[in-house]
Write a protein that binds this ligand. Structure first.
Ligand code: FAD
Length: 358
């Protein structure tokens, strides 16, 4: 802990707390996925581009990576005007301690006006620690981002009281303004292969010993693909009623090449695992196909799945709230509807196979 941190904890003014001055441009702290840019980073970049155009500012991405040249070029194609690339073998492994230290150095020397992260494992770990070091505020898990252009203020909206109310938060005094952005809150930036920008290699002072957490191993994720990225989801609610309903959901998911997820109610009933919950505190999803089986459609659940492209709902009640937002509302008992769907899918598959064999 340095002296500024100690003074802050003892009740002195927050360190730095600089209210504007020469802070400029919007930074997106990028995350890679293999040799590409992660989906959440693409979403944050798309929104950052829109905000920067309104402010007359630049979008600058920061990439902390080992061998990140290809990813840096993709960040330009996705809307960044500039990429600060800190290429260091120490970034080959996830290491929050190193990210905090490196970003502290970069932000302090280059003074961005706004710094955005995805609300991901990295964002959740790094952004609060960075904000504390910089003596500024952070809006965690923002679902909407807007601006007061006159005051150059970021207005970040997030759920509060467990998602029952929305709070719009600004950080008028300290800079930079920081937020972590909820996955799937915004559309992904579209790449433009002809787009040009600068990639600046930057040095950061980090050492292996700065890493205070050692990753001793990883265990496989509970689901094949993180729910946020799943294309087909069969989602069970309390209407599943127990093991028989869960088995039907699983059969339907398998037939469609998808995954099973659930409402909080189905998870709390013990029928599904915590990692399968669709919720503001868990996964917010945007699959191509969402099939809700015995899902009522609580406000909180709908908030976490409303970006789904096609919504099918199976419910015994025609007036269940989910039926209002469903593209296809099937009124009936899921124990009858799902077997009928499975038969129809099997018939369609064999018809296709017969046509292909001709
Ligand atoms: C502060 C707070 C935050 C919350 N946040 C979330 C959240 O983020 N995500 C979330 O999912 N939940 C959240 N919840 C819980 C949420 O409000 C619901 O209570 C919960 O998700 C249960 O919803 P459900 O759709 O499973 O069950 P219900 O709302 O009980 O709906 C079950 C539906 O199944 C139908 N049904 C019953 N039997 C059958 C059958 N055999 N065939 C077909 N249909 C049938 C019924 O008609 C009914 O519409 C939150 C609650 C609180 C208090």
């Amino acid at each position: 802990m340095d002296l500024d941190d100690l003074a802050f904890l003892l009740g002195d003014d927050a360190p730095s707390g600089d209210g504007g001055g020469d802070y400029r441009n919007i930074w997106v702290v990028a995350e890679r996925q293999g040799d590409g840019v992660s989906r959440v980073t693409r979403q944050v970049l798309g929104k950052a581009r829109e905000l920067a155009d309104r402010l007359g500012a630049r979008v600058e991405a920061v990439l902390l990576a080992h061998e990140g040249d290809m990813v840096a070029r993709q960040l330009i194609q996705l809307g960044a005007d500039k990429v600060y690339l800190a290429d260091n073998p120490l970034f080959a492994e996830p290491a929050g301690d190193l990210w905090v230290k490196a970003l502290d150095q970069l932000v302090t020397s280059r003074r961005p006006e706004i710094v955005l992260f995805g609300f991901t494992a990295v964002g959740k770990e790094v952004a609060p620690r960075l904000a504390q070091r910089l003596g500024t505020g952070l809006v965690a898990d923002a679902h909407e981002l807007d601006l007061d252009e006159n005051e150059r203020l970021l207005i970040a909206t997030r759920g509060s009281f467990g998602g029952r109310a929305l709070a719009s938060v600004t950080c008028p005094k300290a800079r930079p303004q920081m937020a972590t952005v909820h996955p799937n809150a915004f559309a992904e930036a579209e790449p433009d292969r002809h787009r040009e920008g600068d990639v600046e290699a930057v040095e950061v002072e980090i050492y292996g010993d700065d890493r205070r957490v050692k990753v001793s191993g990883t265990s496989p994720a509970p689901t094949e693909v993180p729910l946020e990225r799943a294309r087909v989801l069969v989602v069970g609610g309390k209407g599943l009623g127990g093991a028989e309903g869960v088995a039907l959901a699983q059969q339907l998911a398998t037939a469609l090449g998808g995954q099973v997820a659930g409402t909080r109610g189905a998870v709390e009933a013990g029928w599904l695992q915590a990692g399968q919950e669709i919720s503001s505190r868990g996964a917010t999803v945007a699959p191509d196909l969402y099939i809700g089986l015995g899902v009522g459609g609580s406000m909180e659940h709908i908030d976490a799945m409303r970006q789904s492209r096609t919504i099918v709902a199976v419910n015994t009640r025609a007036d269940a709230p989910i039926m209002e937002i469903a593209d296809y509302a099937l009124v009936g008992d899921l124990r009858e509807v799902v077997p009928a769907l499975l038969t129809a899918i099997a018939a369609l598959r064999s018809k296709k196979a017969a046509l292909a064999a001709r």
